[in-house]
Design a binder for this molecule. Structure first.
Ligand SMILES: Nc1ncnc2c1ncn2[C@@H]1O[C@H](COP(=O)(O)OP(=O)(O)OP(=O)(O)O)[C@@H](O)[C@H]1O
Length: 360
């Protein structure tokens, strides 16, 4: 069942020249773990705040299940939306124990003590905090405090959990272990989760689908592996994953399933859904360094990445990225083969028709 549905959603803050959100249409299924990914200022937090009910939309509608929570002339306040929120600042009460913090939202709602105790124990167990129930927040690590914030959000049994850069304040090692915690937590609870981050590693690792945002719009909303291997435009191709985006011109079909383009001064067989693509997204996996390759290139950089080297080469004036088992000398000439990269059509860019059409 669809849990969160956005239709034509827009938000323009007073005094701002540009809308923070500019026509969001998306549907998040019940139990999905969705990440909102994009550069600073693209509108991620605004979308989260509109979902929580902290802001009202300028246009459009938000539905939770079969209920409209924001739309023309209609607004459900945050406390009646049944969503839980976890911020990067944990916002814990310093004078309360861990159990006290987690129990607080239930106390405010007037739940009986026995029910409160049961739910708090359950939430602490789910977040691996049972043994810390009697500690004060000051006696916990950053990761443990973040888990208390998660437990406190869970205890209210929200229909959706909204997380705004929850790991931003943690160091790298702790982030990795908290990512595993979130994944395990999601598996156990089956909660619908909407997770804001500008860290693509985090988004691709955690989410079942990622909405890549830019300039108040969703550019692409897809599974991480689809974003990586089939980006829809230059922004997504450049923002997600490693590699290069180069312009291309269709040269004709080369068999029933494939297309050939002209790029980097040569013919390249590509994967594509377009008859007239304008660009290629060339991932490191698409580039083989081989003396038999038809394309000559010059090594511009070579860095060790644990188990392999990341090599940047200049091929026909474009910087391509490849992986190599051995270290290459900067300035050396190498041969390249490009293996079926993804070709797409950039919206708003006119595509040249194929120069040579070959029968399929
Ligand atoms: N209360 C506000 N008043 C005016 N403009 C705002 C307000 N909140 C956000 N904006 C603007 O709306 C745009 C989107 O902001 P938002 O915080 O949603 O971006 P973001 O993608 O979450 O960025 P970051 O990753 O830096 O947190 C920005 O241009 C921002 O300056």
């Amino acid at each position: 069942m669809a849990e969160l549905i956005y239709s034509g959603l827009a938000k323009q803050f007073d005094g701002s020249a540009r809308p923070a959100l500019d026509g969001i249409d998306a549907c998040i299924e019940s139990g999905e773990f969705v990440a909102l990914l994009g550069p600073s200022g693209c509108g991620k937090t605004t979308l989260l705040r509109l979902t929580a009910g902290f802001e009202e939309p300028t246009r459009g509608e938000i539905r939770m299940g079969d209920r409209q929570v924001a739309g023309p002339g209609h607004f459900v306040p945050p406390e009646d939306r049944g969503v839980g929120i976890v911020f990067q600042s944990y916002a814990l009460w310093p004078h309360m124990t861990v159990a006290g913090n987690v129990s607080y939202p239930l106390k405010v709602r007037g739940l009986a003590r026995a029910e409160r105790t049961r739910r708090v124990e359950e939430a602490l167990a789910l977040t691996g905090l049972s043994e810390f129930a009697d500690r004060a927040p000051a006696q916990l690590s950053g990761g443990q405090r973040q888990r208390v914030a998660l437990a406190r959000c869970l205890v209210a049994e929200p229909r959706a959990v909204l997380l705004d850069e929850p790991l931003a304040n943690l160091d790298l090692a702790l982030r990795a272990s908290m990512q595993e915690n979130f994944t395990a937590f999601h598996r156990r609870t089956g909660a619908t989760m909407l997770y804001v981050t500008h860290d693509q590693g985090e988004a691709l690792a955690l989410a079942s689908r990622v909405a890549v945002m830019e300039g108040g719009r969703i550019r692409q909303f897809a599974a991480p592996e689809v974003l990586y291997s089939e980006p829809v435009d230059c922004f997504v191709a450049g923002f997600v994953g490693d590699g290069a985006v180069v312009s291309a011109r269709a040269a004709g079909p080369f068999d029933r399933s494939g297309l050939e383009v002209e790029a980097l001064g040569m013919r390249v067989k590509v994967r594509s859904r377009e008859a007239l693509p304008t660009h290629l997204c060339i991932r490191p996996e698409d580039v083989s360094l081989t003396d038999e390759g038809g394309l000559r290139a010059r090594v511009r950089g070579c860095t060790y990445q644990g188990g392999r080297f990341r090599v940047v080469v200049d091929a026909a004036g474009e910087d391509l990225v490849a992986f190599s088992r051995k270290r290459l000398v900067v300035g050396a000439q190498v041969g390249l083969r490009i293996n079926r990269p993804w070709a797409f059509r950039e919206p708003g860019v006119s595509a040249f028709p194929a120069r040579v059409m070959v029968d399929a």
